[in-house]
Design a protein around this ligand. Structure first.
Ligand SMILES: Nc1ncnc2c1ncn2[C@@H]1O[C@H](COP(=O)(O)OP(=O)(O)OP(=O)(O)O)[C@@H](O)[C@H]1O
Ligand SMILES: [Mg+2]
Length: 235
């Protein structure tokens, strides 16, 4: 589902090139729930942008959903994103001049789906916002805005959900509620979920855990404490 081979990202800084990612290798199967933690500036958002086809690596091979992204044109990348990727940002990124329902319908309309409005209503109901469909973002709380953003991310039935600090702008209780919803929709749909978070408790709930530091990605999944089917069966 996600296959990165020796991915490097070097960006131009004010005093010369800065190495952000230095040889990332990653292989993730479809349906995996994974987390990435790491210090601020370690390149977590950059890594998501490369996987989501938003940013191109300086070198290295990126294969996502069976597509080799390196060779795609900008138009092909945009199409790839619309069909396969759902993204959730820390700052919600809703269109302020559109209602909740219009925001959710937008990615479906871009794909020419005639049922976009009806499906937007269903998706908003799924995230518990049936009663807020005609509200504009400024008329919604932070947690509600993030739920609209989640409904929008789910609109085109993405194979991969990329969530970049989705609870970072919310108070703890609201953040937890949004995280529960995120895990629940993932479980229902079986999408691959890549969660970037500073919340270690949240990160620990993911089946595979990674840490990004010094441009390198290290898996920290404990091989013991993970799923223990025998214990479940004993009950
Ligand atoms: N367009 C750019 N040009 C040059 N450097 C950049 C650019 N965008 C980001 N950077 C640098 O790349 C590094 C990684 O940024 P990135 O946003 O991926 O980090 P992050 O791990 O997501 O951090 P945070 O936890 O604060 O969100 C940072 O040091 C940042 O300053
Ligand atoms: Mg970031």
């Amino acid at each position: 589902m996600i296959d990165l081979k020796d991915v490097h990202l070097i960006l131009k800084g004010p005093s010369g090139p800065v190495a952000i990612l230095c040889g990332i290798d990653l292989a993730v199967e479809a349906g995996t729930v994974m987390s990435v933690v790491g210090p601020s500036g370690s390149g977590k958002s950059s890594l998501l942008a490369i996987i989501g086809g938003i940013e191109r690596p300086t070198r290295g091979r990126v294969v996502v959903c069976g597509r080799e992204l390196n060779g795609l044109s900008e138009d092909e990348l945009a199409r790839f994103r619309r069909r396969h990727i759902g993204i959730l940002f820390q700052a919600f990124h809703l269109v302020p001049s559109m209602t909740a329902r219009e925001n959710v319908a937008l990615p479906m309309e871009l794909l020419g789906r005639p049922d976009a409005q009806a499906r937007a209503a269903e998706l908003l109901a799924e995230v518990g916002l049936a009663h807020r469909m005609d509200h504009f973002p400024a008329q919604l709380s932070g947690g509600e805005q993030q739920r609209v953003a989640l409904a929008r991310a789910l609109a085109n039935e993405p194979d991969i959900l990329l969530a970049d600090e989705p609870t970072g702008n919310l108070d703890q209780a609201t953040g937890r509620a949004v995280a529960e919803l995120l895990f629940a929709v993932q479980a229902r749909r079986g999408a691959t979920l890549l969660l970037v978070t500073h919340d270690l408790e949240l990160a620990a709930r993911c089946r595979r855990r990674f840490r990004l530091d010094g441009g390198r990605l290290v898996e920290t999944t404990a091989h013991t404490g993970a799923l223990k089917p025998e214990r479940t069966l004993a009950r």
